[in-house]
Design a protein around this ligand. Structure first.
Ligand code: ATP
Ligand code: MG
Length: 224
């Protein structure tokens, strides 16, 4: 149903999102390296998998099985049985993986509960300032458009991560991809690094909630 929420299992993040990820839109996580974007993705995927839902997980970074095992807390076999993992090695392969995930999600018999794309912009970033920059922008745009259509058409939450660049004029860290990515995501969370294991999630955009923030800790078993 439109308006439904899909809990990530991370208490402070779910509270911030009014219960969890919206099921008919894209949620973007952006933040600097080590801020915890991948952990949030892994934890959300684990929660869905342990709930016996299928998860299409597109990983461009080389996901840490040790980390997944720690988050699964003794139930890694059950989690792996429900993860449909794609590991594209180029932007072209990423586009194909997104297409395959969307096709599976549209097939209602499959019962896909979540699509994760971590990160959406790793390969895209490599095209910037090169001859293939326009192709990169087009590919990213098409992927996000297909994910938006799938999320809305099949009421499936889509979680994607985005990298940052330093705006030399303002000194701020900004998400890659500009306004197109900004518009494609109906929910945007910026993840800030605080001292030690502390992190802060800032809700910058949401269809039905105002700006807010929540803190959490990175622990040996994920996020708390
Ligand atoms: P990137 O943009 O580089 O992909 P990210 O935002 O996805 O970064 P994560 O990989 O989710 O970041 O976060 C890793 C963070 O978790 C790092 O700050 C790291 O120090 C911390 N970390 C990794 N393993 C452990 C552990 N076993 N116990 C506590 N903290 C850990
Ligand atoms: Mg990551």
């Amino acid at each position: 149903m439109p308006g439904d929420r899909c809990p990530t299992g991370i208490g402070p993040v779910d509270q911030l999102l009014g219960g969890g990820l919206e099921t008919d839109g894209l949620t973007e996580l952006y933040g600097e390296g080590g801020s915890g974007k991948t952990l949030i993705c892994l934890q959300a995927a684990t929660r869905l998998a342990l709930d016996d839902r299928w998860v299409c997980y597109i990983d461009t970074e080389g996901v840490s099985v040790d980390r997944l095992e720690a988050i699964a807390q003794g139930r890694i076999d059950q989690v792996l049985q429900r993860l449909l993992l794609a590991t594209p090695k180029s932007l072209e392969e990423q586009t194909k993986a997104v297409g395959a995930a969307c096709a599976l999600a549209r097939d209602t018999k499959r019962g896909i509960g979540l699509i994760v794309l971590d990160s959406a912009t790793f390969y895209y970033r490599l095209t910037l300032s090169s001859d293939s920059e326009d192709d990169g922008r087009l590919a990213l745009g098409r992927e996000l458009a297909e994910l938006v259509a799938t999320a809305i058409g099949s009421h499936i939450p889509v979680l994607f991560t985005n990298q940052v660049w330093r705006n030399q004029r303002t000194g701020d860290l900004e998400p890659l991809g500009g306004s197109f990515v900004n518009h494609a995501a109906k929910t945007i969370l910026r993840i800030d690094r605080l001292p030690g294991a502390r992190r802060r999630a800032v809700l910058l955009k949401h269809r039905s909630l105002g700006e807010a923030a929540a803190e959490f800790q990175i622990t040996s078993t994920g996020l708390s």
